[in-house]
Design a protein around this ligand. Structure first.
Ligand code: KG4
Ligand code: ZN
Length: 324
C-alpha cells in the first residue's frame, strides 16, 4: 500500500510517502527563518506559508518516491493538536486530495505520528513499551499497552523539554531552534561547572511529571552573573537530560517495561541518547529527519493503524486533542 502523510501542525510543512510500510519520501519545508525575527511562531504567517509551499512539496515527494499521485492509496493528515489555522491547511488539503482521487482519508493524531516515527527502522517492535515524546510543544511519557492503547504516565507541569532548550538558547544569544545550538555549545563547556539543582521528582499521581521552568530560571541567573556561556549550556543540558532520564528510568523500573521509545525533536540530543544507553533498556529512536515534525510519520501511523476504514470527511481538525 502507498500512503501519503501530511503534517502542518505548527511551523514545518511535511509531506511524506510510505510504501509497504517503508518511508520512500519525506519532504519538510521549515519556516524557521520566517518566524525567527519575531522570537516565536506567528500562527497566521505559518498558515500562509503552509498554503504557499504544500503543492510544491507534494510534487517533490512524489518525484522522490517515483510515485504517481493516482497511485496513492490512502491520504492521511494530522488532525491535531496544533495551531488550528496551520492544521487546517494540511488537513483540508488532504481531504480534498482524497475526495478527488476517490481514496480513503485518515485523520492522525500528531503524537501518534511521533510515536510511529520511532518504529520506522524497527517494524518488528511490538508493544508494550514506554514512550517519551519530547519536542518543542510536548513532554509526555506514555505507556503503550497495545497499538492504539495509550496511558499517559506523566507530562510537563510547565515548559516542554524542547521549549526549555529553545528558551535557554535565547538567553545565551543562540539561534532557533535552540536544542541543536545548545548541544553544540555544550560540547565546549564543563557540564559540572554550574551547580544547577535537579528539578524535584513528583510524588503520588504526579510522580512521572517533568518540570523545566526552575532550571530555565536558574540558567537566567547564571547568565546574569556573567558565567561562561559554554559552561551554562553544558550544565543545563546535563541537568535537563538527567531529569528526563531519571523520570523515564523510574517508570521503566516501576512498570517492568524494558523497551523505551524516544521521539520528538529532543530525541536528536546525543547526551540524552548516551545517558539512556547506559541504562540497558532496549531503545527505539526515529531515523534521521523523522524525530522532528514531518509527513512521513503521519503516513506511517496511518498505514500501521489502517483497518480498511477511512475517517469521514466531516471529522473536524482540533487544536486541543489529548491522546490519552
Ligand atoms: O518535534 P519538533 O519538531 O516540534 C514539536 O512538535 O514541537 O521538535 C522541535 C524541538 C525544538 O524545541 C528543538 O529545540 C528541539 O526539538 N530539539 C532539540 C535538539 N534538536 C531539536 N533539543 C535538544 N537537543 C537537540 N539536539
Ligand atoms: Zn511534533
Amino acid at each position: 500500500m502507498i500512503a501519503l502523510g501530511i503534517d502542518t501542525s505548527c511551523d514545518d510543512t511535511g509531506v511524506g510517502l510510505v510504501r509497504g510500510g517503508r518511508v520512500v519520501a519525506n519532504k519538510v519545508a521549515s519556516q524557521t527563518l520566517l518566524h525567527q525575527r519575531f522570537g516565536g511562531v506567528v500562527p497566521e504567517l505559518a498558515s500562509r506559508e503552509h498554503t504557499q509551499v504544500i503543492d510544491g512539496l507534494l510534487e517533490q515527494a512524489l518525484a522522490e518516491a517515483g510515485v504517481r499521485l493516482r497511485d496513492v492509496e490512502l491520504v492521511a493528515a494530522t488532525r491535531g493538536p496544533g495551531l488550528i489555522g496551520a492544521l487546517l491547511v494540511g488537513y483540508t488539503y488532504a481531504k480534498g486530495l482524497a475526495l478527488a482521487l476517490g481514496k480513503p482519508f485518515v485523520a492522525v493524531h500528531h503524537l501518534e505520528g511521533h510515536l510511529y516515527a520511532a518504529l520506522a527502522d524497527h517494524p518488528e517492535a511490538l508493544p508494550p513499551f514506554l514512550a517519551l515524546i519530547a519536542s518543542g510543544g510536548h513532554s509526555h511519557l506514555f505507556r503503550v499497552a497495545a497499538w492504539g492503547r495509550y496511558e499517559l504516565l506523566g507530562a510537563t507541569m510547565d515548559d516542554a523539554a524542547g521549549e526549555a532548550f529553545d528558551k535557554v538558547a535565547r538567553l545565551l544569544g543562540l539561534g532557533y531552534p535552540g536544542g541543536p545550538e545548545v548541544e553544540k555549545l555544550a560540547a565546549q563547556g564543563d557540564p559540572q561547572a554550574v551547580p544547577f539543582g535537579m528539578p524535584l521528582q513528583g510524588q503520588g499521581p504526579g510522580q512521572y511529571a517533568f518540570s523545566f521552568s526552575g532550571l530555565k530560571t536558574a540558567a537566567l541567573r547564571a547568565v546574569e552573573k556573567g558565567l561562561d556561556k559554554a559552561d551554562i549550556a553544558a550544565s543545563f543540558q546535563r541537568v535537563a537530560v538527567e531529569h528526563l532520564a531519571s523520570v523515564v528510568l523510574r517508570a521503566a523500573r516501576d512498570t517492568g517495561l524494558q523497551t523505551l521509545l524516544v521521539t520528538g525533536g529532543v530525541a536528536q540530543n546525543r547526551a540524552l541518547r548516551e545517558r539512556l544507553e547506559q541504562a540497558g533498556l532496549r531503545l527505539l529512536f526515529p531515523p534521521r529527519g523523522m524525530a522532528t515534525d514531518n509527513g512521513a510519520m503521519i503516513a506511517l501511523a496511518a498505514w500501521r493503524r489502517w483497518s480498511g476504514q477511512g475517517d469521514p470527511l466531516s471529522l473536524p481538525a482540533a487544536a486541543y486533542l489529548p491522546l490519552a
